[in-house]
Write a protein that binds this ligand. Structure first.
Ligand code: FAD
Length: 494
């Protein structure tokens, strides 16, 4: 006999709701806990998971496998080519191991919920209990309602309700018990799992050796790294977060998104630690940096609640129905220039090159490049959303979709459509010392002073031209007028 915990995007031992409950069940029955993780190439493909992200997951699994082995807990990792076979395989393994109980944490995306529905049915046919828990978010979706009993579609009142709920339900912030040591006999019984290593990434998701080395260096994997990063951030940066968070060159944010999205760190753990470091242990008061950081993590929960309540956002539809009729441009050359960081707008290009190199982009820059694509270039925001998922190491459907909807004005609680970022003003305001641009756009390093923000407009452009830096793909004023007209037309037709 055995009890199974199925790992998905919760790749940690510490403070893991389902793992903890599975371990308790195993202990109470006096049977071993067996863990599993399924590599599903078709899911990676369907969800546009980036090679950087797949690589991060696999590196994390190695750490996890070792840590679990110290507790004599086997971690079975396998690749299932057809995703429709995943539920059957889970069931077969339960049969092999004589397991009558499966535990996992819920993923809120449509494909995952459908898969779980199938599995639940199969489990009940086979007299296996299936328990799925809320762990990824602090407050379970569908808990918070407006005065009219509806789902919130505006962040600020949602945030107030979220904080109130956390205050009145302190257990939502408490840590789960760690899993206990398995009986020693487990080693022998599951020796084949203990001795097998983590399989490689599917061929089309393998980073090149150079990329792998780079990602390994930039983003060390596993929960110990996440904890260490959190501790450093709380010690060194969080109290000034509010003043510094918008400046991409300042290196002042937590750089923890990859860990939240792979589940090497629970948002709950991070918020609890931030709260404990705050004056009077407050969530929404005390030090402005701390409460501000907790509020940013609030956006993460908010977008997951939106996804759980309005699953059609998973289906390439704008959250706001009336924005369905906007006529987008599908200019492949302009899109390629955006992807490759050759738009002639230094702040946009610097940001896109950061993404292409690191698998990460600063939040202010994500907003600038998204607004630029959807408005200045009037390119379908879904192409940008897709490109982000294909390249981000922290790609998370709900946050990415939410961020793109915000910037393109088609999403939940968005920028109004007539609010169009001026890339030059954004650049001057948030990269005033030009450090970020000079770091990522080497062609412009020799351009003197403020001309770096707009080398052909402000400066005479000679140095930029000599270095082969491109001219602007669009004039901001022209792009802006076109976007305003097209959005108005689309809304008129809606
Ligand atoms: P910090 O500033 O230290 O914030 C702490 C944590 O709060 C983040 O790690 C993240 O989990 C959460 N957070 C912060 N801002 C947001 C936000 N606007 N929305 C949701 N959660 C937030 N974040 C992702 O994790 N995955 C994505 O795929 C993603 N795509 C985005 C796309 C666009 C167009 C935009 C505008 C934003 C996107 N974000 C995404 C949100 C945000 O940019 C990143 O979470 C943040 O830059 C990560 O850096 P950090 O960990 O240093 O953040």
């Amino acid at each position: 006999e055995a009890v199974v915990h199925w790992f998905k995007r919760d790749l940690r031992i510490y403070d893991n709701r389902a793992l903890s409950m599975a371990s308790e069940k195993a202990k109470s029955k006096g049977v071993p806990l067996v863990c599993m993780f399924i590599i599903s190439p078709q899911d990676y493909q369907a969800h546009l998971t980036s090679p950087a992200r797949v690589d991060f997951e696999l590196r994390t699994l190695e750490v996890l496998k070792q840590d679990l082995a110290e507790k004599d807990i086997p971690l079975y990792v396998t690749t299932i080519p057809n995703r429709k076979d995943v539920p059957i395989h889970v069931l077969e393994k339960c049969r092999d191991w004589g397991a009558a109980h499966i535990y996992c944490n819920i993923e809120y995306e449509v494909d995952e919920l459908r898969r779980e529905t199938k599995l639940v049915k199969k489990c009940s046919e086979n007299r296996i209990s299936f328990t799925a828990l809320h762990d990824d978010v602090l407050v379970p979706p569908e808990t918070l309602k407006t005065g009219q009993g509806k789902q919130f579609s505006v962040y600020s009142p949602w945030y107030r309700a979220w904080i109130k709920h956390l205050h009145s339900h302190p257990h939502l912030l408490s840590a789960s018990e760690p899993p206990t040591q398995n009986p020693p006999i487990t080693r022998q019984r599951f020796s084949n799992i203990f001795s097998t290593s983590v399989p490689p990434a599917p061929a089309n998701k393998q980073p090149s050796p150079e990329q792998k080395e780079r990602f390994t260096h930039l983003w060390p994997a596993g929960e110990h790294e996440a904890q260490a990063r959190l501790t450093r951030f709380l010690r060194e940066k969080i109290t000034t977060y509010k003043q510094t968070r918008n400046f991409p060159a300042s290196n002042s944010t937590a750089l923890l998104s990859v860990h939240f999205s792979a589940g090497t760190l629970a948002a709950r753990t991070a918020i609890r630690a931030a709260r404990d470091a705050n004056t009077a242990h407050a969530l929404d008061a005390g030090n402005a940096g701390i409460s501000g950081w907790i509020a940013e993590l609030g956006w993460r929960d908010f977008y997951k609640h939106v996804l759980a309540h309005w699953p059609y956002v998973c289906m390439h539809k704008p959250f706001k129905y009336e924005y369905t009729n906007i006529e987008w441009e599908y200019d492949t050359q302009a899109f390629a220039a955006w992807c490759e960081g050759r738009t002639g707008f230094p702040i946009v290009d610097a940001a896109m090159r950061q993404l292409n190199y690191m698998g990460y982009m600063h939040n202010r820059c994500r907003m600038i490049v998204a607004s630029f694509l959807a408005k200045d270039l009037l390119i379908d925001w879904r192409m940008g959303e897709r490109y982000f998922m294909e390249h981000l190491i922290d790609g998370d459907f709900a946050s990415n979709n939410g961020g793109w909807g915000f910037s393109a004005s088609t999403g939940v609680d968005p920028q109004p459509y007539f609010r169009i970022f001026n890339p030059l003003l954004q650049s001057e305001k948030f990269d005033g010392e030009e450090e970020f641009i000079r770091k990522w756009v080497p062609e412009l390093r020799g351009v003197v002073g403020k001309a770096v923000h707009d080398p052909y407009g402000r400066g005479e452009g000679k140095e930029a031209e000599r270095m082969g830096y491109p001219r602007a793909v669009v004039e901001h004023r022209v792009g802006r007028e076109r976007a305003l007209a097209r959005y108005r037309e689309g809304l008129g037709r809606g």
